[in-house]
Design a binder for this molecule. Structure first.
Ligand SMILES: N[C@@H](CCC(=O)N[C@@H](CS)C(=O)NCC(=O)O)C(=O)O
Length: 217
């Protein structure tokens, strides 16, 4: 039964790997499952065919036989549960790894998304210069709390898990702001994630598509 995911026909980041299909590709690479990609334009994402698989008209989605999923948290958890290798077998360790997935998505990612909104989408607003430092400090507050966890540890809780995959995916979105580099331990952690062969394959796959689109104009 083949796996099909969706991704941007042309990612707004031009292939930096920030679009969320990269997380799903990475998870599939970690568990060594082949997959196909259906590319969608911004217009197609809002049309009924795509809305039938993603109620909010976004990417990524995941299809496997009769099963259709959206939301990267749910997709990566499904992949980790179905194929093994991304979650510990021991019950409590498994629950803790899943907790880190939620922490990445519910506690760390929201202020990072706010920062992106403030830096990029609200760049022309008169209150931007007042708001930006406040939002940046909310990100710093979370990173300050997270960093001790990785002071002497390679990964969040023992071996690399879906929790790390999600946390690294969330944190690497911060790089352009310069804030990640204020936390060398976290920057190293993200670099360790990116150095994994599975991440490298996922990144290369999305880059190849975006490069081809750029050449096609
Ligand atoms: N919470 C969702 C967020 C999905 C999301 O924001 N996807 C972005 C791409 S990374 C998207 O489709 N943006 C286009 C849009 O919202 O119109 C998830 O984790 O899957």
């Amino acid at each position: 039964m083949g796996i099909i995911i969706t991704a941007f026909e042309r990612s707004p980041d031009g292939g930096k790997g920030l679009a969320r299909d990269t997380r799903v590709r990475w998870a599939l690479e970690e568990v060594e499952q082949p997959y196909k990609v259906r590319f969608v334009s911004f217009q197609a994402m809002k049309e009924p065919a795509h809305l039938a698989v993603h109620p909010f008209g976004q990417i990524p989605t995941y299809e496997e036989g009769e099963l259709t999923l959206f939301e990267t948290g749910a997709i990566v958890l499904h992949i980790a549960t179905r194929f093994g290798g991304l979650l510990p077998d021991v019950e409590h360790a498994r629950a803790r790894a899943i907790t880190w997935m939620f922490a990445a998505l519910n506690t760390i990612e929201p202020p990072i998304l706010d920062l992106t909104t403030a830096r990029i989408h609200e760049g022309d607003k008169p209150w931007r210069d007042e708001r930006l430092p406040l939002v940046a400090d909310r990100v710093r507050a979370r990173l300050t709390q997270l960093s001790p966890r990785l002071a002497d540890a390679e990964w969040l809780d023992g071996a690399f898990s879906a929790g790390d995959l999600m946390m690294v995916s969330v944190l690497l979105r911060l790089r352009a702001s310069g804030i990640l580099d204020e936390y060398p331990g976290l920057a190293d952690y993200v670099a360790r994630g990116e150095a994994r062969p599975a991440y490298q394959r996922a990144f290369a796959a999305q880059l190849a598509v975006n490069r081809a689109q750029a050449v096609a104009g």
